[in-house]
Structure formats: C-alpha cells, structure tokens
Design a protein around this ligand. Structure first.
Ligand SMILES: [Zn+2]
Length: 332
C-alpha cells in the first residue's frame, strides 16, 4: 500500500482527551478521532492509549506516516520532546515521546507545547491565514492565548515558533497580575497569576467564594449549590443581567486586559488570538472589544496599538492543526 505524502499524522494530548488526526498540507483535518485518557492510569497505560490512537491515524495514511506531530498540554523540551511535569499528565513527567516512538515508527516525531502549536496553527491556517487572504497582509508576530480551565500562550514570529531557551516560553497564565498579599493562590505555587484571576476555574472559584458569604444577595448564583457553580453558569447569569455574575466577569476581563497589555509591551505582536472556552463566553457577551480597550489604554505607544485582536478560527482543532503544521515545517 502506498503512503499519501500530502497527509501528516498529528495528535493533541490534553488532560482529558487524546485526539489523533490526519491533516493535509492545507491544514484541513481529513480524519480524526479521540479517546479519553484512561483514569488514574500509570505511565505505560497512558503511553499505550496514546500509541493506539496514533496507530489508527497512521493506518489512515496507508500504514506509513511521513511524520508525526504531537501537541501536549504542558511544558515540553522542543529538542528532545521530553515532557516536564505536565500538570494534567503528571505520570508522563520526564518521558520523551520522540525517543519512545521515532525509531519504531520509522519517521520523524515532533513534540511541542499545545499553546505554542495553537499559535502555529492559527498563524498558518487560522486567523493569520484569514488576514493574508482578506487583507493581503500576514501577521509578523502572532501571540495566541487560550483562556480555558487554565491559561496558556504561544508565540509565532515570522512563521517560526518562539520557544525560549528550554522550550518553555509563553506561559502568560503565570504572569503576576495581583502582587498584593491577599492575591489568590495559583496551582503553579505562586499567587495572583492571570490564571488564578481569569481562567474558567478562577471564575467558578471566585463565584463560589462570593456566594459562600451570606449577604442576602438576589443573584441567581446565590440560589445555586456553591460547588455546582461553573464558569459556564457565571457566563449564563451574566448574560441574563445578573449583577454579581457581571462583576465577576468584569474583573476577569480587567485581568485579561492588563495581562495582554503586558504581552503587547514584551512581544509587540501585530496579531493576538484568543481561544478556549472562556473566550467563547466573552464573545457571546460582546466583551472582546472591552479587552481591546483596556490593552489600548495601557499601551505605551501608537505602534504598540497596531495589532489585530481576533478570536480563534480553528476552535477545538487548533492543537491538531498546529501539530501538523510543525511536521510540515520540519519536513519542508
Ligand atoms: Zn500561576
């Protein structure tokens, strides 16, 4: 059986799902499937589950892949493909998927951080491509931010991933926004991180804390069992005009605006792309322009304000498409 050279195999390995796909040179997903990570799994059980998804994708390419790209939720050493303390896949700490699978598969295996690869995917096949096609101008520097359970980020400069010395750059979620002693604790061990103020987890936690204090609030959130309050519930209440929910979202928007203004000054991006579930909620409430206003108000020069703020164009497939773009870049 002959292989199909235009297709590459990619995988997006998150804290919950393992997704595998075949993607063509135009960034179109041709086949994909997903399976949940086995619960409380050992390292070998996780590796086995991921490998079996990979083998299914390779079978879709006629049994022979030109290259495999893997996006992983967590810090990755780009040279060796080693995972470093991935918070949602801790059993995989110290494992190099490249050394594990490259010889066996007989093709190059590339491994990257999912947010960095999302930036690459948006640059080549998402918001960056739309800018090229519609305005005739590709971005030079694209900063991608995912605002979801956590907050992550990635940078692509002139088509190349900006990785940092150890491949760990772009962790915008752990930029300190609130340095006061009362700042909320973050999962990373620090306090007052953007992730602790504006992620979906933070929005839910803040709402739970607020309703736990009896104030006679008429908020719809106060009528819920605190542990059942999710960020989606807060967005829904805010959309229905609930003042408490709107205040919680407004605080998150302010934190995001401040964090992204810091990003403007550090990287001077001409495109900032927002992805993740919280972004979808913010879009529904028409709050993306509010974030833009805060960034503009804090930018130090007119040139720093010369950027496009866009929502992700690739949605859930952004990691898969970015991992494929990494392979195409590596093979090309
Ligand atoms: Zn943190």
């Amino acid at each position: 059986m002959s292989s199909k050279p235009e297709l590459v195999v990619s995988m997006d390995w998150g804290g919950t799902w393992i997704r595998a796909a075949t993607v063509d040179a135009n960034g179109q997903v041709r086949w994909q499937d997903r399976t949940p990570n086995p619960k409380d799994a050992t390292q070998s059980q996780l590796v086995e589950a991921a490998r079996s998804m990979l083998d299914r994708a390779i079978a879709q390419c006629g049994g022979e892949a030109q290259g495999v790209g893997i996006a992983v939720a967590g810090p990755v050493d780009a040279e060796t493909g080693t995972l470093y303390e991935p918070p949602n896949l801790m059993a995989m700490d110290g494992v190099s998927l490249k050394s594990l699978w490259e010889n066996d598969l007989g093709c190059p295996v590339y491994v990257g951080n999912d947010a960095t690869l999302a930036a690459l995917g948006e640059f080549h096949h998402g918001a960056g491509r739309e800018a090229r096609e519609q305005r005739g101008a590709a971005p030079n520097t694209l900063f991608y931010v995912t605002v979801s359970t956590g907050i992550g980020g990635g940078i692509v400069d002139r088509g190349r991933m900006f990785l940092g010395a150890g491949g760990l750059a772009g962790e915008v979620g752990h930029m300190t926004i609130d340095y006061t002693p009362s700042a909320p604790a973050c999962l990373c061990g620090s306090r007052g991180c953007l992730e602790a103020l504006a992620s979906g987890t933070a929005i839910a936690r803040i709402a739970q804390e607020k309703v736990a204090v009896p104030t006679g609030s008429t908020s719809a959130l106060a009528a819920m069992i605190p542990s059942a309050i999710t960020s989606e519930a807060v967005f829904e209440a805010a959309g229905a005009g609930d003042t408490l929910a709107q205040e919680i979202i407004e605080d998150a928007v302010n934190a995001l605006g401040v964090g992204l203004a810091n990003v403007l000054h550090l990287f001077n991006p001409d495109m900032v792309v927002l992805g993740g579930g919280v972004t979808v909620g913010l879009e529904k409430l028409g709050l993306i322009s509010k974030i833009r206003d805060i960034m503009d108000a804090r930018a130090m020069s007119r040139r720093h304000k010369d950027f496009v703020l866009s929502a992700s164009r690739l949605g859930d497939s952004v990691g898969i498409i970015g991992a494929a773009a990494m392979v195409q870049q590596g093979l090309g």
